[in-house]
Design a protein around this ligand. Sequence first.
Ligand code: NAP
Length: 490
Amino acid sequence: MKVVIVGAGIGGLAAAIELRRHGYRDITILERAEDLGGTWQYNTYPGCACDVPSHLYSYSFAPKLGWSRLCSPSDEILAYLRETAAQFDVEGLIEFGADVAECRYSACRWTVSAADGRTWEADALIIATGQLHQPAIPRFAGSFAGHSFHSARWDHGYDLRGKRVAVIGTGASAVQFVPEIADEVAQLHVFQRTGNWFLPRKNRPYPHWFRRLLERVPVIQHTRRRIWKTYIESLTLMIRHPRTLGRLGALISGSFMRSQLTDAAVRAKAWPDYTFGCKRILFSSHFLPALQRANVELVTDAVAGLVSGGIETTDGRVREVDCIIYGTGFRTTEFMFPMEIVGADGVSLREAWSDGAHAHLGVTIPGFPSLFLVYGPNTNSSGGSIIAFEEAQAGYIRQAIDHLQRASAGAIEVRPEVEAASDRALQARFGGTAWLECDSWYRIESGRIVTNWPGYMREYVSDLRWFDPSEYELLPAPDAQSAAPTLAGA
Ligand code: NAP
């Protein structure tokens, strides 16, 4: 069984480790970058850290006891991923600099082609490129003659000290880097399109004695993992019940924000105007105070366009700046595109997803045999640890490949009616939740939510624990096709 995995981020590594631990040997991981780590390799902005506590934001099979703080900085997470890849012997499987442009299915095989013309053949293909890897830079009218970059491509060669800087966007990335750069720049204009709901996160380094305790008494780590899981699931509970528990969430967040926003004018501008939990709840005890610094301005007038020297807002005012930093997020709903994916009968995934991405349990798509997604459609969590989702997917995919191998079949494909029914049930679960009450990066133009899971983390993990062969059809290997057109699925 030859398996190709696209992406050496947390999800791709989880899949490789799972397959390795179950005896699969012929695995190739194709990674566009020159290092593993995915999002943690690309995002190096000042203050970059996870906002899910590290004792939860880590593989269940590779607990790390000695995290330096509640939510680890990106370099610590990257080091952990490198150590884990080495420990489970998957780092040697990675081919770096392989920018996959096309995956084409024919006669039970996938041919994977890189932009530089190299190709790989696979019996099973796992695409683990995730949802947050393609920076989104809005197309504003006009052009800016100064320096600019996106938060996920931070230009460390550009010295921000003493500069006039504009930050566009106030999402999870911006709230981490704005407080870090606010005291070194001369002037900072933060352009906010929508206010956010905040919860506290101080994230101070653990005292030495506490780190030693965590390292020596592993039960503390396990207990913390359980506690954080419960806390995070309670956020989902609030999002799922916006009229009751969601109001309690808004009350808690609102009182925290009021305590932080002592300047009434900034408070009025920063206040969110949508239901608690509809967009991602942000965790920071440093961002709102930073907005009230003398050298920081929160701008809520919409950006009208760029001019050579800065940014013009719809009120006609121009802020002259030396540098624009785009904290404008990612092209989340495009998933792996512009990669070309061509399945059975020459159908492209772009056509199959023309009304929005969908996949059975976020993993398998009818018409695309032996193709598996990690962090695919409707598997993002509004607060949970994405690692738990990705580990569940890795286990599920491995079981599907086991099934394919045991049956000596050519390929495995989810039954269209199974996928259609699970998608209908999943979309129905968004009814009455906060997710439907505003626009967000979870939705496409039609309003359909394509990125998020509508339930609890534990439900998703439980749904993927056991692969159900009756939901799939086994396709005969090409040389057996004349003898048996379709193998029994169950
Ligand atoms: P984001 O949450 O999508 O935020 C993008 C920001 O840019 C929003 O404030 C958005 O405003 C604004 N924006 C987008 N287009 C704009 C336009 N044309 N004009 C003006 N403003 C515009 O992106 P992100 O902050 O990079 O975070 C993305 C995701 O990455 C997060 O939601 C989270 O899942 C993940 N992340 C996680 C961590 C972590 O610690 N775990 C840290 C960073 C990021 P609107 O709100 O109005 O759309």
